[in-house]
Design a protein around this ligand. Sequence first.
Ligand SMILES: Nc1nc2c(ncn2[C@@H]2O[C@H](COP(=O)(O)OP(=O)(O)OP(=O)(O)O)[C@@H](O)[C@H]2O)c(=O)[nH]1
Ligand SMILES: [Mg+2]
Length: 443
Amino acid sequence: MKTIVALSSAPLNCAIHTIKISGDECYKIVQKVTKEKIIKEPYKIQHVAIIDDKKQMIDDVLLLKFVAPNSYNAEDIIEINCHGGLFVANKIIELLIKNGATYAKPGEFTYRAVINGKMNMLQANAINNIVKSKNFSSLKIAHNGLNKKSTTKIKKMRDEIFKIIGNIEVNIDYPEYEDYKDLTNNILLKKIKPIKDTLISLIKFSELSAKIMDGFNIAIIGAPNAGKSSLLNKILDEDKAIVSNIPGTTRDIVEGQINYKNITFKFIDTAGIREKAKYFEKIGINKAIEQINKADLILFIVDKTKKTTKKEKEIFEIVKQKPHIIIINKSDLKNKKTSFNGFNFSCKFDNINLILNKIINKIHVQSLEKTDFAFMQTSNEIGILKKNLEIINNLAIDAKKKKPVDLLVESLHEIYNNFNLLLGENCDLDFLEKLFANFCVGK
Ligand SMILES: Nc1nc2c(ncn2[C@@H]2O[C@H](COP(=O)(O)OP(=O)(O)OP(=O)(O)O)[C@@H](O)[C@H]2O)c(=O)[nH]1
Ligand SMILES: [Mg+2]
């Protein structure tokens, strides 16, 4: 495999840059750009001068050395700490490439860690999420991914599927082999039930943790003049959206992000929804309805002093299909005319934390923060879990219909391969050989 190099720090002018070079030739290549003798020794720091082919001094640097297999990805690695000018860092990288290194693709150092068996895909994704963490909760979740809990859960399900396949294939190929009883539809159903349950809970917690990683989208929806923009401004603690007593002030989407109790929330203020709207306002209303579909949670804002309109009721029919909180705004005013009931609030006088805490309770994140659940961290992984749940559900339907189990093996293989995909393990090569070894049939 080629020796790769990349800038590991951000491409800016800063105090210090870190350049990473990894692969068999790494010590040889670094030797070519300095006069000092590069000693191959693990976890040691060496101070050298980087010099180009015209003997021009580029920079005075520190090398942090790792020796295979005791490094991040089991290859020889040198981290070069140079001065933080981007020009300097780029010059050193150019020089290393001239002397045999290749510029790394995104994630290539970690990719090598996976194929060299230093970590599996789940752990690699967790590392990626540590880098991308926006708040303490998402960092905690990402660290959780590094422990073996998720890996153990996936491996356990995969091995169970493996045993089921083995049993069925032995029944087909070696009917005389009595150690393996026929795996009937009923036994199959019993065996896949715990896998299905594990998948359901994994998907649930994975979706919640993915939200904590990415942030929750909260749409503020309601009739014109209800106080949506006032609420957004109060949440953000700035005058972001225009507030006025003229209905139809907000025409477009206004967004703002906050971190509250270590969770990232993106709030989206929208145009007030009403029947009689023209041109731009109409476009704004369509955008608001779009946001209802996209949001993780909806704050449905109602003006306490206004009679409920047909349109408000109509919109609430859509809103109520999603997680939502009804906020009866302007509760500082006396006359209640709205027919909605909900959380009484005044944008003018109440503390915004009342609303933020209500949101936190609604999304049940506390449970996830406190416990070290197993869960997947990326939408790709969650997609694979969902795919496996779908196949298992169909399998259960077929088994109940008494479809012969040998016709169900293909679906079981698909589930098995998907679990391997999650772990980044290739299953095709020695699959059959492993299967027979496991069952000791050749004896
Ligand atoms: N008394 C009182 N007035 C409020 C409260 N919240 C908002 N208002 C007033 O209600 C009017 C409308 O507020 P906005 O925040 O612009 O309402 P909106 O829902 O964004 O309206 P559109 O953008 O037109 O859809 C403004 O005059 C606000 O000052 C409240 O809690 N109490
Ligand atoms: Mg507004």
